[in-house]
Design a protein around this ligand. Structure first.
Ligand SMILES: Cc1cc2nc3c(=O)[nH]c(=O)nc-3n(C[C@H](O)[C@H](O)[C@H](O)COP(=O)(O)O)c2cc1C
Ligand SMILES: C=C(O[C@@H]1CC(C(=O)O)=C[C@@H](OP(=O)(O)O)[C@H]1O)C(=O)O
Length: 363
C-alpha cells in the first residue's frame, strides 16, 4: 500500500491536484489530546500557494474540514480524517500535457505506472499540492512533540548560490527555531532575503526556475529513539523526506563532508555535563547507530529546481510517438524551496512523533 506511511502513527494520503480535494486519514494519534487549530491554520498558510510573486499564482486558502476523530475539543484516538477542497484549478493548462511529457516532472513515470489512467491535470497525485495534508498532519504532531519538550526549526540554507548561515550543530535556542515560522522567508541572516527574492524574480523572468537546500534542526530529543538498520532515525526520516516531490538529496550531521575527514575529526568526543551525557561536537547530527544520542538532530535536503518552466525544452509526444518541443504555460513555482520549508518541518514532526511512540511502546 504505497500511500500509507508510519508504524504506530500512520498517515494515508489521498487526492489529486485538480480533483475535488486532497486530504489524509491519520491513525494512532493518542486519545485525549487537545489541538490548537489556529496553529494548524498558521502552518497551512505558510505553505499555501498564491501568496506572492515568489510562488505559483494558483490561489488556494487550504481551509480544512475535519470528518472524524475529534470530539468535545479532544482527539478521540480513532482515525482523524480531514479534507482540503481544491478551488482554483485551471485544468485547460494541462490539455496538451496528456500526451506531451514535461521533462523533470512525473508525467511519463506516472503514466507508465498507472497504465495511462493517471490524472495528469496539475500533476495529479504527484503534485506538490499533496503536501498540504502533510502540513496539516505535521502541525498536529508538532504540538504533541512540543508538549514533550521537543522543538523543530527549519530554514532556507541556500537558494541558487546564495547561502544563509548554517545552524550551530551544538544546538540553537528553541525560541530562535520557532521564530523562523514567523518569517516570510525563513532565514537566519535577514540580509539574505532581498538577494534571494531578486534571484527568484529574475530567474522567473528568464522563464526558468531555481532550487536550493533546506536545513532542519530538532532540539529536546531524548537519547534512545530509533532502531538499528531498517527503522533507524535516518531511514525513517529519509523515507518520509524522499516522499516529498522535488527532494533529491539528503545528509545528516556533516553528511558528505564526513567523506573527507579523519576519524579523529569526525568522532564526537563524549563528556558528562551536569550528570548528562553530551558530545563535544556534533558531526554525526545527533544520531549514532540509527538511534538518537540526545544531541540536536541536524539534517540538510536538496530541493531541485521546479521542473515546469516556460523555456523551450526537448521532449516526446506519446500520441504521435515523435520527438517534439514544449514551452510550458500555466502557473508554477519559480522556486519550491521556501514553500517546502513548512512541509519539511511538518513531516519531521510526524515521523519523530511516530518514533517517539515506538520508543515508548517498548517494555
Ligand atoms: C510545495 C511544492 C510545490 C511545487 N510546485 C511545483 C510547480 O509549481 N510546478 C512543478 O512543475 N513542480 C512543482 N513541484 C515539484 C513537482 O511536484 C515534482 O518535481 C514532481 O512531482 C516530480 O517529482 P520529483 O521531483 O520528486 O522526482 C512542487 C513541489 C512541492 C513540494
Ligand atoms: C497547488 C499547489 O502547487 C502546485 C504544485 C504543482 C506541481 O506540479 O507540483 C504545480 C502547480 O499546479 P497548478 O498547475 O494546478 O497551479 C502548483 O500550483 C499547492 O502547492 O497547493
Amino acid at each position: 500500500m504505497a500511500n500509507i506511511f508510519g508504524k504506530y502513527l500512520t498517515i494515508s494520503l489521498f487526492g489529486e491536484s485538480h480533483g475535488q480535494s486532497v486530504g489524509a486519514v491519520l491513525d494512532g494519534i493518542p486519545a485525549g489530546e487537545t489541538i490548537d487549530w489556529e496553529l494548524v491554520r498558521e502552518a497551512m498558510a505558510r505553505r499555501a500557494p498564491g501568496k506572492n510573486l515568489l510562488s505559483t499564482a494558483r490561489k488556494e486558502t487550504d481551509d480544512f474540514e475535519i470528518q472524524s476523530g475529534y470530539f468535545k475539543e479532544h482527539t478521540t484516538g480513532t482515525p482523524l480524517c480531514f479534507r482540503i477542497c481544491n478551488v482554483d484549478q485551471h485544468s485547460r493548462d494541462y490539455d496538451s500535457l496528456r500526451h506531451i511529457m514535461r521533462p523533470g516532472h512525473a508525467d511519463f513515470t506516472g503514466r507508465v505506472r498507472y497504465d495511462g489512467f493517471n490524472d495528469y491535470r496539475g500533476g495529479g497525485h504527484f503534485s506538490g499540492r499533496l503536501t498540504a495534508p502533510l502540513v496539516f498532519a505535521g502541525a498536529i504532531a508538532a504540538q504533541l512533540l512540543e508538549r514533550r519538550g521537543i522543538t523543530i526549526g527549519v530554514h532556507i540554507q541556500q537558494i541558487g548560490n546564495i547561502k544563509d548561515r548554517q545552524f550551530c550543530p551544538m544546538g540553537e535556542d528553541a525560541a530562535l527555531l520557532k521564530s523562523l515560522r514567523k518569517k516570510r522567508l525563513p532565514l537566519l541572516e535577514e540580509d539574505k532575503a532581498a538577494p534571494i527574492e531578486n534571484l527568484i524574480t529574475q530567474t522567473k523572468g528568464e522563464l526558468d526556475s531555481v532550487g536550493g537546500i533546506i536545513e532542519g534542526m530538532v532540539v529536546g530529543l531524548p537519547a534512545g529513539l530509533g532502531d538499528p538498520f531498517f527503522d533507524s532515525v535516518e531511514s525513517m526520516l529519509s523515507h518520509m523526506f524522499f516522499s516529498i516531490p522535488a527532494v533529491k538529496g539528503i545528509e545528516f550531521g556533516d553528511g558528505f563532508l564526513l567523506s573527507g575527514m579523519h576519524g579523529s575529526e569526525a568522532n564526537d568526543a563524549m563528556q558528562y555535563k551536569e550528570g548528562k551525557v553530551i558530545t563535544m561536537s556534533n558531526h554525526n547530527g545527533g544520531i549514532l547507530g540509527g538511534i538518537t544520542n540526545g544531541m540536536p538532530l541536524v539534517f540538510r535536503l536538496v530541493i531541485k529546481p521546479t521542473p515546469s518552466i516556460g523555456r523551450k525544452q526537448e521532449t516526446i509526444d506519446l500520441d504521435t510517438q515523435e520527438n517534439c518541443s514544449i514551452e510550458i504555460k500555466g502557473r508554477h513555482d519559480p522556486c519550491i524551496v521556501q514553500r517546502a520549508v513548512p512541509v519539511i518541518e511538518a513531516v519531521t514532526a510526524w515521523t519523530l512523533l511516530d518514533m517517539w511512540m515506538m520508543a515508548n511502546s517498548r517494555g
